[in-house]
Design a protein around this ligand. Structure first.
Ligand code: FE2
Ligand code: FE2
Length: 135
């Protein structure tokens, strides 16, 4: 079995809403990485649903605070959701190997995305003292 993503202190960015969402994201990714074949599609679906609201929350804050690289960060969110949808379609046609590959790639993707784009967003929000309110 490939490495399973687990929460590490370096993922902590210092904004509770994002950190809590990222903890849930990590848990859902690790659930996908440890799924049996029978569980794969359901777990990818759960991850997709959660990720949509995760990204929508960040996108909304970028708009509210005029985050300069909003196009770059939101664009990456949109591409990831597209990949999820494409892989879900293929999985429903029986291509479970593709889900396994996506599950593996989500570890380096999250490490990179959280350490760069999300970290920059938290820094920006804090520098504008525009800590968002929960819905
Ligand atoms: Fe995020
Ligand atoms: Fe993000």
């Amino acid at each position: 079995m490939p490495d399973v993503l687990a929460w590490r202190s370096e993922f902590e960015l210092g904004l509770d809403e994002i950190d809590d969402t990222h903890r849930d994201f990590v848990a859902l990714v690790s659930a996908l990485q440890t799924a049996t074949d029978d569980e794969l599609i359901e777990r990818l679906g759960a991850l997709r649903t959660h990720t949509q609201s995760h990204f929508a929350m960040e996108d909304e804050w970028m708009r509210e605070t005029d985050f300069p690289p909003v196009g770059c960060h939101s664009g990456e969110h949109a591409r990831v959701l597209e990949v999820f949808d494409g892989v879900l379609d293929r999985a429903r046609q029986g291509d479970l190997k593709l889900v396994r590959r996506l599950a593996e790639e989500l570890t380096p993707w999250f490490e990179q995305h959280a350490a760069t784009m999300d970290r920059m967003l938290v820094f920006w929000i804090k520098s504008k003292q525009a800590v968002p309110t929960s819905p």
